[in-house]
Design a protein around this ligand. Sequence first.
Ligand SMILES: [Fe+2]
Ligand SMILES: [Fe+2]
Length: 139
Amino acid sequence: MKFELAEWSSKIEVGLPEIDAQHRQLFELAATFAGDGEQIRVLKSLAMLTEYVKVHLREEEEMMAACRYPGLEAHKRLHAEFRRMLFDLLENAKQMTLDEIAEAVKFLINGWFYNHILIADFAYVPSVRAASDLPRQPD
Ligand SMILES: [Fe+2]
Ligand SMILES: [Fe+2]
């Protein structure tokens, strides 16, 4: 799959402060992979990025579930695909050059993740807003 690579910008702000802060943090972390570095430090950063992504995806899924977002299952499948790509990279990174790792991180965050926010994350916002504006309904 080919994506336009893009940096974080207000264009991908969904308007939910906590989600936007997490998205932005992932882009900031991804930006640290460019340039020189030591293999060990880069591998640590990659493990950290994977961990942060995991937390973000889980929190987003919990939020969508709490709002009964009808697209939850499809969105979770996209997250599963993203997690798998990141774990594959984490596993293969020891045999990769730092440039290759930086390239792969760029594809995942500035490509895949950027486009995921624009399309899939923006799609849940109306449901989240509707659910948080209404008083809680007893089950
Ligand atoms: Fe997200
Ligand atoms: Fe998402």
